[in-house]
Ligand binder design. Structure first.
Ligand SMILES: [Fe+2]
Ligand SMILES: [Fe+2]
Length: 301
């Protein structure tokens, strides 16, 4: 039995101030968007409730699928590193970046490299094609596969891209890990299938990723980005692939998206099949507590 907690779209607040030169171009739009709208949505005290509830469950591992920060300011990367360090040891927390973590073009060494301990694989099966991606972490008979869709997008776009090389590496990984009998859990920020997101926010190569999943299979794909509860099942050549998206971990209730939530996955191998139980835990504004939903099961056969 393996228990995996999933959080996404942390959108850490408050937004720190940068230097005047940090606000050229797209970051200025992001700054205005934060102060006019997004700061009313993403609340530190709600995130703290979600994290406390998640920690109390004592899962074996935590997956965080991107948008840790907002406009990729230098001080936000430092804040993100402190937050990850408080969340748990790097061996027990896996991170993949989202579009807000690459809001503008920041050199790897000046930004995401600070979080690299949470994005480093321990099972080297294929060469990384894009910094450390894709990476694989083996936990017993579970393979956690992290991919990056985080690329700077044009103004008013929030799209993501895997790229041909990362897709080819992912395809090979899924094949090898399936042949070795692992339960394969893919962590990705953007919804992975075509049509799951409006074009300006979508994964540009979702069609190619869908083909990879259909050809090689993957027991579970965890994503964020839409800040909504999303559940899809993709029939693949190797059984069902369950694709699940979750709300932002800091979202206040009463906005146009669901309130903050986190999910707990319990993975078992039973009768030569992977059985996955899912517990959804939502922030409830009226009681200021985390409330569970009735758990549901996923059959990967
Ligand atoms: Fe987000
Ligand atoms: Fe996003």
């Amino acid at each position: 039995m393996f228990r995996l907690a999933h959080l996404s779209d942390v959108h850490l607040s408050p937004l720190p101030w940068g230097g005047i030169g940090d606000y050229m171009g797209k970051r200025m739009i992001g700054l205005l968007s934060w102060h006019l709208r997004r700061r009313k949505v993403h609340k530190t005290h709600i995130l703290a409730k979600i994290v406390a509830d998640m920690k109390a469950a004592q899962a074996d591992h935590v997956a965080v699928t991107g948008d840790l920060v907002n406009i990729a300011l230098p001080a936000e990367f430092a804040h993100g590193q402190r937050w990850l360090d408080e969340l748990g040891a790097a061996q027990t927390v896996s991170f993949v970046p989202g579009n807000h973590d690459a809001y503008v073009d920041v050199a790897w060494q000046d930004g995401l490299a600070g979080w690299q301990d949470y994005m480093t694989g321990d099972l080297q099966l294929v060469p990384a094609t894009q910094n450390c991606f894709p990476y694989v972490r083996q936990r017993r008979n579970i393979a956690l596969i992290g991919v990056s869709t985080a690329v700077p997008a044009a103004l008013h776009r929030a799209s993501g891209t895997l790229g041909a090389e990362q897709l080819a590496a992912l395809k090979k990984l899924l094949e090898i890990l399936r042949e070795r009998g692992f339960c394969r859990i893919v962590m990705i920020h953007h919804p992975p299938l075509p049509g799951q997101c409006v074009t300006r926010k979508a994964l540009t190569d979702a069609g190619d990723l869908k083909s990879v999943l259909e050809t090689e299979g993957a027991e579970l794909v965890l994503h964020g980005h839409n800040h909504m509860h999303m559940r899809e099942t993709l029939q693949t050549r190797h059984g069902k692939s369950h694709i699940i998206g979750i709300p932002s971990a800091s979202a206040a209730p009463g906005e146009h998206k669901p309130a903050a939530a986190w999910y707990l996955y319990t993975v078992r191998r039973q009768e030569k099949r992977w059985q996955i139980e899912v517990e959804v835990r939502n922030y409830d504004g009226s009681s200021d507590t985390i409330m569970p939903e009735t758990p549901f099961k996923l059959d990967c056969g």
